[in-house]
Each structure stands twice: as C-alpha cells, then as structure tokens.
Design a protein around this ligand. Structure first.
Ligand code: ATP
Ligand code: MTE
Length: 173
C-alpha cells in the first residue's frame, strides 16, 4: 500500500514557508491507518503542468494506491489543481468535494471558494484537500470512512483503520 501526499504550494515549494499541511496529513494517517503502508511525500509549485505531471507520475510510475493533495483549489489565478485533475482523471468522484465543502462550511464561510474534488486514474484514488493546515484534520475526518471501500472497488491495496479514529465503512456484499 503506497500513499502519496502531494503539497501544492508556490511558497512552500520555494521554501518561503515550511510545509505544514503535508506533515499534518501524514500524522493524521499515522493515527488512523493501522495496516502497513509506505508514504511518498512531494512538495510542488502550483500550475496545471506541475500538478498534472506529478499526479501522472504518482499514478502510472510510482503506483500509488491513494494520493492526497493539499492546496491549489481556490479561485486565485495560480490555483489550478482542479484543472490538472480534469486533465488526468479517468473517473471523477464529485461526492468527496461536495461533502468536504459542506463540512468545511460549518467552520468557515470561505469554504465555498474551494473547488476540491476527487477521482480515479487506473488503480489510484486521488483526493484534493484545501491548503490551509488547520483544514486537514476535519477534511480527513469528513471523508476517510469511504476511502478503504473505494480502494477495494478500484483494485487498489487494502486499508484497515483504527475505529477509535475513523470507522471504515464497507457495505455488505
Ligand atoms: N502547505 C502549507 N503549509 C503551511 N501553510 C500553508 C500551506 N498551504 C497553505 N498554507 C497557508 O494557508 C494560507 C492560505 O493558503 P493559500 O491557498 O492562499 O496558499 P497556497 O496557494 O496554498 O500557497 P501559495 O500561494 O504559496 O501557492 C497561506 O497563506 C499559508 O499561510
Ligand atoms: N475546512 C476548511 N476549508 C477551507 C478553508 C479553511 O480554512 N478550512 N479555506 C477556504 C479557502 S479561504 C479557500 S481559498 C479554499 C481553497 O484553498 P486552497 O487554494 O489552499 O486549496 O479552501 C477553502 N476551504
């Protein structure tokens, strides 16, 4: 099981500030996921070419089962993560973005500015999270229950979670 964490931020990639969101995802996973997995972490600048080529590499060459991105989903000119997703996804899963925005709206009115989505490419599931470090925990709490079953359905690796942190929902077959 390979889980990639892709931080999309001009300033974090230039070293203007330290990437906090990527490590926040990693520590959430360390609490929630109890089955073995390998983490691949990358920090890249915003942009369609930068994000799409990183996602293609992580899916097609690295063989990541799950890719969690953070950043680049807003409306400013440099925010182009959704445009990169549109280029490389085979199937979009719009429910992830819908739920993330609904839950985030309970915290901040600006959650409507996020264009985050999710989808699959081959046997990889890609989920966008917002850039702000404080949004990471609530975002993963909101959507992760559906992730293990989605990975089962696309033929990716199996994930087991700690029910005390997040209970995986796998419908009876
Ligand atoms: N990976 C990150 N690590 C730490 N802080 C971050 C990260 N991403 C965003 N932030 C913080 O959240 C704020 C709002 O995020 P915003 O979406 O404007 O930045 P960004 O587009 O991700 O970064 P940049 O403008 O450098 O590309 C940033 O000003 C920064 O303080
Ligand atoms: N939970 C949560 N969601 C959030 C936010 C936040 O602070 N918390 N910030 C919003 C803001 S201000 C923006 S512009 C969008 C896009 O952020 P991004 O470009 O860093 O991905 O996410 C939104 N979603």
């Amino acid at each position: 099981m390979k889980i990639a964490i892709l931080t999309v931020s001009d300033r974090a990639s230039e070293g203007v500030y330290e990437d906090i969101s990527g490590p926040a995802i990693e520590s959430w996973l360390a609490r929630a996921v109890v089955s073995p997995y390998l983490v691949i972490k990358r920090v890249i600048p915003d942009g369609v070419e930068s994000v799409s080529s990183a996602l293609i590499d992580l899916c097609d060459n690295v063989g990541a089962d799950l890719i969690l991105t953070t950043g680049g989903t807003g409306p400013s000119p440099r925010d182009q993560t959704p445009e990169a997703m549109a280029l490389i996804l085979e199937k979009e899963l719009p429910g992830f973005g819908e739920l993330l925005r609904r839950r985030s709206l309970e915290q901040v009115p600006t959650a409507i500015l996020s264009r985050q989505t999710a989808g699959t490419r081959g046997r990889s599931l890609i989920i966008n999270l917002p850039g702000r470090p404080r949004s990471i925990e609530m975002s993963l709490d909101a959507v992760f229950a559906a992730v293990p079953y989605c990975l089962d359905l696309i033929g990716a690796g199996r994930i087991e979670t700690d029910p005390a942190v997040i209970e995986s929902f796998r419908p009876e077959k």
